[in-house]
Design a protein around this ligand. Structure first.
Ligand SMILES: C[S@@+](CC[C@H](N)C(=O)[O-])C[C@H]1O[C@@H](n2cnc3c(N)ncnc32)[C@H](O)[C@@H]1O
Length: 187
């Protein structure tokens, strides 16, 4: 039986519209997540943002840590085009590629930190996706998945990790926690 490659909801028009809204509304989330990544990543670490969208999170990480090797992947080639176009001064430091979370263009044990924001709720097969994230992470590597607080999280997906924790994330000036973070480590 042949498998159809997944296609993204984010075509050219939706990607451009998302980029405008994200830039206006999600700066606080990106800054918070970038601070978490900067605090956790070892010197010279390889950091991969999965479902990177317009790539704004990686700009914020690049601004905090000059030593990190930064990559972003997204299912939507249109999003990747926008991410490349918006990278500006960061373009030499960040590599954006079109790829499905379930089939990443990274070798086994090659990434120190995988981060993802507001993307997991769109992954059609969470178990398969998280297994792929586990494959590319090095021993001791950390997974940080931020999503809408009420998004479904299949705990079994993270069974290949240790120290799995899910906590609400409230941004300073928002009255309620709209987001949640899953943190998990490769033993
Ligand atoms: C709501 S946007 C979030 C983008 C960005 N992370 C942010 O926080 O602004 C969700 C992104 O996940 C991407 N995405 C959805 N399914 C994916 C998959 N299977 N593999 C990789 N990326 C995926 C979409 O194309 C989209 O760019």
């Amino acid at each position: 039986m042949s498998e159809h490659p997944p296609t993204s909801y984010f075509d050219r028009k939706r990607s451009a519209s998302y980029e405008r809204r994200a830039t206006r509304l999600l700066g606080g989330l990106y800054r918070r997540v970038a601070s978490d990544v900067a605090a956790l990543a070892p010197p010279g670490a390889v950091v991969l943002d999965v479902g990177t969208g317009p790539g704004r999170l990686l700009h914020a990480v690049a601004a905090r840590r000059a030593d990190l090797v930064l990559g972003g992947v997204d299912l939507s080639a249109d999003m990747v085009e926008i991410a490349n176009a918006r990278a500006g001064a960061w373009s030499s430091r960040i590599t954006f590629q079109a790829a499905d979370v379930a089939s990443l263009p990274y070798s086994d044990d090659s990434v120190d930190v995988v981060v993802s924001t507001l993307s997991m709720h769109e992954w059609p097969d969470q178990r398969r996706a998280v297994a792929e994230l586990r494959r590319v992470l090095r021993p001791g590597g950390v997974l940080l998945v931020y999503d809408i607080r009420f998004a479904r999280v299949d705990r079994e997906s993270f069974s290949g990790f240790v120290g799995v924790r899910r906590v609400p994330v409230r941004l300073r000036w928002w009255p309620v926690a709209l987001f949640a973070r899953v943190t998990a480590t490769v033993s």
